[in-house]
Design a binder for this molecule. Structure first.
Ligand code: NOJ
Length: 465
């Protein structure tokens, strides 16, 4: 079914499954999950009852930030497969009634992208304007006080005599969205993938694209505001700029020129419902935006209900909310919300499956997979490795436990997975599949119920908290 009788789109009431490709299923025993591994296990997703998968980054990348540093926007990372594999995945998923969303990273490229290589070759280079360059202050200092997401200065000195901006790692130079050619490049990238049949995109750092044209200093840190640390409220001028909305109005037109069913789902890292709703525009920007305050709340009925009510009230009429508890940055809800308590995990699955709108499950949520304590020596997330007290994002990126065989059904016997598996005894898909009381069986029943009875209505949310 693509559209309900009342004209709602497929994502109303749908469940999207976030699939961290490197950790889901390794088809060629190299320790990394890959696209062919997903193709092999599509029947599982169809059995589970999800409507779409969002693939974590699949494009070529030097992997300083595991694919969030893209070096080619129209390719497939060779460790994950080929373009033909991705075509086949889209086709095979479609045959099972499931759609495929790709992760698109428009805020920055890898410093290994040919655009940046050219831009860095000199001040007159053709692609220089694709990035945010600035002269030093008269005393040689950085252009302003902007910090990157690690809390370090966001400017990197370059021997072409200027600084360049990186809101993330120095290997992730920010694109300059004041440059019309950047818009044209991304319009072509969207078209390239829409032509290949992707159903849409999860848009990385969706609220970040434009930067203040005058490069004004950010206001000082407000250490008394609890939202400051989590939501980086100091990012006033190097993120959250109003001009970004125009990009999504343009992209929405591109998406809808293919079909009103093509979806833009933003990583809208904003602290409240009003700022989230702004990215839906007048129903002419993103169709969906992630709700981070919800994911970061505790499993506290009053708090969650308040966020749900505020979100439903703030979205434009017909705007569809998005609910998730886990992702590859935040960690897993079975740990964060539930402390590993299986009764709470079942309750949280019930909440996620019965809220109106779109629910996003992170791979492993369905079996109540908890965070894994990855020893420092085995961590692979360069972005947070040397951050003092920084979050360990690897804990939520470990391989899916499919069964009790050597390699856990993720990879072959004797192969060292790229991140360690959870220590046994961990509950696997095989353990839970035939147990009616397991989180997996509950999740599957809930998703079936959601398809038939629940989730379609946005108007009839009742607060039972
Ligand atoms: C958000 C992604 O989810 C995260 O993993 C990444 O490090 C940053 N954006 C930078 O792309």
């Amino acid at each position: 079914m693509t559209e309900n009788a009342d004209g709602r789109r497929w994502w109303h009431g749908a469940v999207i499954y976030q699939l961290y490709v490197r950790s889901w299923r390794d088809s060629n025993d190299d320790g990394y999950g890959d696209l062919r591994g997903i193709i092999e296990r599509l029947d599982y997703l169809s059995w589970l009852g999800v409507d779409a998968v969002w693939l974590s980054p699949t494009m070529p990348s030097p992997d300083e930030d595991w694919g969030y540093d893209v070096s080619d926007y129209t390719g497939v990372h060779p460790e994950l497969g080929t373009l033909a594999d991705l075509d086949e995945l889209i086709d095979q998923a479609g045959q099972r009634g499931m759609r495929v969303l790709l992760d698109l990273v428009p805020n920055h490229t890898s410093s290994a992208h040919p655009w940046f290589a050219d831009a860095a070759s000199g001040r007159e280079a053709e692609h220089r304007r694709y990035y945010v360059w600035a002269d030093p202050r008269p005393d040689g200092g950085r252009p302003n006080n902007w910090l990157d997401f690690t809390g370090r200065p966001a400017w990197q000195w370059h021997d072409s005599g200027q600084y360049y901006l990186h809101n993330f790692l120095p290997g992730q130079p920010d694109l300059n969205w004041w440059e019309p050619a950047v818009h044209q490049e991304f319009a072509r990238i969207l078209e390239f993938w829409f032509e290949r049949g992707v159903a849409g995109f999860r848009i990385d750092v969706a609220n970040g694209l434009y930067k203040d044209a005058e490069l004004r200093d950010n206001p000082p840190l407000d250490s008394d505001n609890p939202l400051e640390g989590v939501f980086g409220l100091r990012f006033v001028y190097n993120s959250n700029r109003p001009e970004t909305h125009g990009v999504y109005r343009d992209w929405r037109k591109i998406a809808e020129s293919y079909s009103p069913e093509r979806l833009l789902l933003g990583e809208t890292w904003v602290p409240d419902a009003q700022r989230l709703a702004a990215y839906y525009g007048d129903n002419d920007e993103l169709q969906l935006g992630f709700n981070f305050p919800f994911a970061l709340a505790d499993l506290d009925p009053a708090r969650l209900a308040a966020i749900v009510e505020q979100t439903l009230a703030a979205l434009p009429p017909g705007g569809c909310p998005v609910w998730m508890g886990s992702n590859h940055d935040l960690g897993r809800f079975p740990s964060r919300w539930c402390g590993g308590d299986e009764r709470k995990i079942r309750l949280a699955l019930l909440v996620l499956a019965t809220l109106p709108g779109t629910s996003v499950l992170y791979y492993g949520d369905e079996i109540g997979m908890t965070d894994v304590d990855v020893p420092a020596a085995l961590r692979r997330d360069h972005a947070t490795l040397d951050l003092e007290g920084g979050a360990d994002r690897d804990r939520a990126r470990t391989p899916m436990p499919w069964d009790g065989s050597p390699g856990s059904g993720f990879t072959g016997p004797g192969v060292t997975p790229w991140l360690p598996m959870a220590d046994p005894p961990v509950s696997s898909v095989a353990d839970q599949r035939d147990k009616p009381e397991s989180p997996l069986s509950l999740c599957r029943r809930l998703l079936a119920l959601r398809r038939t009875e629940l989730g379609r209505g946005l108007a009839d949310f009742e607060n039972l908290a």
